[in-house]
Write a protein that binds this ligand. Structure first.
Ligand code: PEP
Ligand code: MN
Length: 340
């Protein structure tokens, strides 16, 4: 951090700031300018409380230099992380290839998930998504099929070889979800469920962490840091849109977050244009835009009968539309020296 002193701060006030820096076991470098003095703090101050300086006499402001997250930061690890999605397979995210995870919002039946799994596999997906436990705004809405859905997902993996991505909503669900899934999804509404983040950090399967509806990128990366700090550095960040005043979409999909996250972190970035727009007619275009923006992966809701989907039918594309989208992102990926 850099502590900027007020114009006219006395030498005694500067000395007091220097003493405080030293008490924190950090070093200082005092720069005396013509207008004002600046105290540059040398050393890792991320564990320290920077705000204590703000109320000290003679201090104008405190400017953080290091990001508050560490393990997730590109300051600490320069090369991009490649996250394997399942041991002994080539499925991964973060490399040259843009990986696509597709499937229904909710697992509805054994036949439904199996049919969709075959369709998305055929079109080139690497992963199958589908919620067995659903976080619903309305407690009277369908809450997910539960544990049986996890078994149907695992069966679909046996049939297709797809990586299974499914949401875990609570700490007590982790053993069952981790038993059947390859990647554990943390939903947007749970992005700051710190107990859940710490618990999934203590198990070995990769985590797909969705951005909270109103989370800043810093909060998003601090949530990833929770998982990493507890032992699991296999984190995929998923931009799924944020809430704004705009109402032509369900959420606003801020694609500038993709290159910005790539600047701030080494973790792979996945974009979910389904929740990011809420409208199926917008999904293929936003998939293409996400790939053009540098997304490492896509997560797309695909349903064999969107009109009758139990959840999120309005934002689900059908297998035919999915297949066309997959063809078109290949060309975009190649144009930016990637593959899909
Ligand atoms: C989902 O992926 O179906 C889901 C509930 O997403 P989100 O947590 O982003 O709303
Ligand atoms: Mn959904």
């Amino acid at each position: 951090m850099v502590i900027v002193m007020q114009a006219g701060a006395s030498p005694r006030q500067v000395e007091h700031v220097v003493q405080m820096v030293r008490e924190m076991k950090l070093k200082e470098h005092v720069i005396v300018g013509t207008e004002r003095t600046v105290v540059a703090v040398i050393g890792d101050d991320r564990q320290k409380d920077r705000t204590v300086f703000e109320t000290v006499e003679g201090v104008e402001r405190v400017v953080p230099i290091l990001a508050p997250y560490k393990m997730a930061s590109s300051e600490v690890k320069k090369e991009r992380s490649i996250i394997p999605l399942r041991p002994n397979t080539s499925a991964r995210l973060g490399g040259i290839k843009v990986g696509v995870i597709a499937g229904p919002c909710s697992v509805e039946s054994k036949a439904q998930i199996s049919e969709i799994a075959h369709a998305v596999k055929e079109a080139g997906a690497i992963g199958l998504r589908g919620g067995a436990f659903k976080p619903r705004s309305n407690p009277y809405s369908f809450q997910g099929i539960g544990e049986e859905g996890l078994k149907w997902l695992a069966e679909a993996r046996e049939q297709t070889g797809l990586v299974i991505v499914t949401e875990v909503m609570a700490v007590e669900q982790i053993p069952a979800v981790a038993e059947h899934a390859d990647v554990l999804q943390i939903g947007a509404r749970n992005m700051q469920n710190f107990n859940l983040l710490m618990a999934v950090g203590q198990q070995p399967k990769p985590i797909l962490l969705k951005r909270g509806l109103s989370a800043t990128l810093e909060e998003f990366l601090l949530a990833a840091e929770y998982v990493m700090k507890h032992g699991n550095d296999q984190v995929l960040l998923c931009e799924r849109g944020i809430r704004t005043y705009e109402d032509y979409v369900r959420n606003t999909l801020p694609l500038a977050s993709v290159p910005e996250l790539h600047r701030l972190t080494h973790l792979p970035v996945v974009v979910d244009p389904s929740h990011g727009t809420g409208k199926s007619h917008l999904v293929p275009d936003m998939c293409r835009a996400a790939v053009a923006a540098g997304a490492d992966g896509l997560m797309v809701e695909v349903h064999n009968d969107p009109e009758h989907a139990w959840t999120d039918g309005a934002q689900s594309i059908n297998p035919k539309q999915f297949e066309a989208m997959m063809k078109s992102i290949k060309r975009i990926a190649q144009a930016i020296d990637r593959d899909a």
